[in-house]
Each structure stands twice: as C-alpha cells, then as structure tokens.
Design a protein around this ligand. Structure first.
Ligand SMILES: Cc1ncc(COP(=O)(O)O)c(C=O)c1O
Length: 432
C-alpha cells in the first residue's frame, strides 16, 4: 500500500493522535501536530521527515515535545555514534565555548595544531585538512586527487578521471550528484561535472577495466550506507588497494558514514587491513555537536595544495577542533569500537532470526544493518512509521530497505526492544 502524505508531511493513515497513530501510549500530541505544521509551512520540502518532533535527547534515547520517548536507531546517519550529548564531548564543547569559538583560518588558534596532530595519529597519515560537512570533504578529496594527478602523476591538463561505484552516496553538491546513479539525487541538476567513470560496486574486474592513464583516483565507500548498507565481497577492498598501487592511482575511502567506530573498527577499511591513500571523514567526527569533516593523507598527496587554492571560513574552527579532539581521544580508548562489535553481534543475531519471517535479507557489520523487508508486506517508509508508533526511530533508504544504525552506547536490552518492535510490525502486517 502506498503511503499518502498530506501537506504537513504526516502519513494520513498514521496521523498524529489517531487511534492507529503515532503513539497509543499517549493521547496528547497537540504539540507534535503544531510543531510539524510550523516546520513544514516554511521549509523547502527536500526531506520527508517522520512526524516526530524531538525536544531532548540523552545517550541512545530521545524525547519528543509531547514527552514520548524513542530509541534512536538512526543516530543522525552515524553522526551520533557516541550517543546524544556524550558527557565528555559536551564538556569539551562547553570548555571551548568559554575560551574562543572562531578565528577563521587567517589566524591560527591553540586547538588547531593539536587537532591535526591527533587526527593524523588516528588515521596514520601525515597531513589533515579540516572542513565542515561531508560533501565538502568529498569535494576536497576530488580537488586534491585532480591536482595530484596533474602535478605528480602527469595526467594531461583537464583530462583527469575518477572512478566511482554504482549506488554511491557521497553528498549533494552539483559535482557529487554528477556521478550519482540515483535518479532522485541527480535528475534536473545538470549540466553535470565531467571526469567520473561509474563501475559496478564490488566488481574488481570492472574496476580494473575502467582504470586508464587518465585515472587519478578510485573513490569508494568501504561499505555503501545509503545504498542499503551494502558490504562488498571479501577481498574487494584489498583488491582495490592492490590495483591502485599497481596502476599509480589514489585509493580514496569515503569513511564518512562507515568510519569512527560504526563497524566495530576505527575504519571500515581496517576489516581487510587496507590503508587507503586518503580517508574522508565527517559525521561522528563532530561528536553529534558540531559539523566537522576532514581529509587525511600523506604529504605526497595533500601536500599539493598551496595557499588560496582551497578552504572554508568555518573549517577547523576552535570549537570544532576541541570537540573532534575529544572524539579522537574517545576512539583511541577502543571502547566505542568494542561496543559496536559486541552489541552489533547481538543485533545481527537477532535480525538474522527474522529472515524468512518478514525480512528477506540482513547485511552489515558492527552496529550497522541494512534490512530488506518483504516488499509484499510494506515499504521501508511504512515500516519506519510503524516502528515509530512503537517507540523506535529508524529510516528507510530505498524501497523496502531499512537502515539500523543506533548510537554505539545502546545496550543489548535496547537492541532487544528495537528488534522486538520490528518483529511485531512484521507480524502485524503478515496477519493483515
Ligand atoms: C558516505 C557519505 N559520504 C558523504 C556524505 C555527505 O555528508 P554531509 O551530509 O555531511 O554532506 C554522506 C552523508 O550521508 C555519506 O553517507
């Protein structure tokens, strides 16, 4: 059944306050309804949010304006890996707020050098270039790869190509959507930036055939998040690494969603002991508090940039650097990664038991799962609405695929609650 969405973005079958609605635990939802309406009236409709209006959050849980609690199984698309308002991260932000928050890169500040050193250590790279959003960091990686291609590899001017994968998601800028294969992201936004070659994800032979003397980089997500948490075949990432080394091409890993603990390792590439030439990081680097992104690479790559060629007013600001340093310190304890492995194993055990009972497939690693719901039962959107009614926030990706990515601070009991809610949603719809 196709969901019918009214002007306020609320699905009319599960409209707020209806008996089948958002939450039978509470009859009070006037604040939610008016807040949804107010938001929608003055917003470009570039998102279709679930009709939940969050007022407070802590750890893995959020509370809406009507006092209902939900388990957050999206975690800001992995920007909240360490949970909402992690005390150590909030303390780092507070301390910095009382000192200095913004200088621009025209001047240095006392958090900048230490942040770059900390991130260089975490990534094992020599240099770091901070930006803000993920898309900006991807743009940075593209510019650096092209310049490296011209100045180091010797590609003729204007001929550089970058090989990317089918089903990719690297952000929303005009250049990035130029090589998206998702018609929703791409159509109507041309003319498109040239210089990208798209190959099937996970297919090493296709990649090898696409690389030629104009190729400066292979840009990939080690696990494709937006595509539905697609894990490539084992050996793919190490094969990409080998191919890039042999052909003199940069391997650029977009770890914006897969990195910083989500999969049970600091980077998803670690699973195959692969070290890319450039890491692209974002989301969780800002601790769920401030937007922080960065690229990290050795001096022979990132060293190609000269003053004035690239930058950002807010990139590497004191507040961002202070929070990101606290994030890096947290990751260096290894605890978030260990939790993602342990609680993630529980998540996957429980989800796999639902395959054949409303789920057709479960993929992923650590506390990250893409689940395919039998399309005969419901769409991913319908599933996320029904989960919301049971106090679990999750988001569909495409069709009948849902992505589960709770903060890494969730407990096994939280996971049981989420998977029990999913099982009940599947059972209800099978019974209908
Ligand atoms: C792998 C990947 N790259 C890039 C981005 C873009 O990040 P941002 O939304 O911060 O621009 C995303 C966002 O979901 C992502 O998942």
């Amino acid at each position: 059944m196709t969901s019918v969405v009214n002007r306020t973005g609320v699905d009319s079958r599960t409209s707020v306050g209806s008996p089948t609605g958002v939450d039978s635990r509470s009859g009070v939802d006037s604040r939610t309804a008016s807040a949804v309406e107010a938001a929608e009236r003055h917003t470009a409709h570039n998102y279709h949010p679930l009709p939940v209006v969050i007022a407070e959050a802590e750890g893995a849980w959020v509370t809406d304006v009507d006092g209902r609690r939900y388990l957050d199984c999206l975690a800001g698309y992995s920007a909240l890996n360490f949970g909402h308002r992690h005390p150590g991260l909030v303390a780092a932000a507070r301390e910095q707020l009382d000192r200095v928050t913004l200088t621009s890169r025209a001047f240095l500040h006392d958090q900048f050098g230490p942040f770059c050193a900390d991130l260089a250590r975490l990534t094992g790279k020599e240099l770091v270039l901070p930006m803000n959003s993920g898309a900006e960091a991807v743009e940075t990686a593209i510019k650096v790869s092209r310049k490296w291609g011209y100045k180091v590899k010797g590609v003729p001017d204007g001929r550089a190509t970058i090989v990317v994968a089918d089903g990719n998601f690297h952000g929303r800028t005009t250049t990035i959507v130029s090589f998206s294969t998702d018609p929703e992201a791409r159509a109507d936004y041309g003319p498109y930036t040239p210089g990208f070659v798209v190959v099937p994800y996970g297919d090493l032979d296709a990649l090898a055939a696409a690389v030629d003397e104009t190729t400066v980089a292979v840009l990939l997500e080690p696990i494709q998040g937006e595509a539905g948490v697609l894990v490539p075949p084992r050996g793919y990432l190490s094969g990409v690494r080998r191919l890039c080394t042999e052909r003199g091409v940069l391997f650029v890993a977009d770890e914006i969603q897969s990195g910083l603990g989500r999969t049970g390792a600091t980077f998803a590439c670690d699973d195959e002991s692969v070290v890319p030439d450039m890491y692209i990081l974002g989301k969780a680097l800002g601790g769920g508090i401030v937007p922080v992104s960065a690229v990290a690479a050795n001096a022979d790559v990132l060293g190609v940039l000269r003053p004035g060629e690239h930058g950002s007013t807010f990139g590497g600001n004191p507040l961002a650097c202070a929070v990101a340093r606290a994030v890096i310190a947290l990751l260096e304890t290894g605890e978030p990664q260990a939790r993602a492995r342990e609680v993630g194993a529980h998540l996957h055990r429980r989800l796999n038991a639902l395959v054949g009972h409303g789920l057709t497939a479960v993929r992923g690693r650590g506390l990250w799962a893409g689940i395919d719901i039998d399309p005969a039962l419901m769409t991913g959107r319908e599933a996320s609405e029904r989960l919301m009614a049971r106090g679990v926030l999750a988001k569909d990706t495409h069709g009948s695929t849902l992505r589960l990515a709770p903060p890494l601070v969730v407990t096994e009991a939280d996971i049981d609650l989420a998977v029990d809610a999913l099982a009940a949603v599947l059972e209800d719809s099978a019974a209908q």
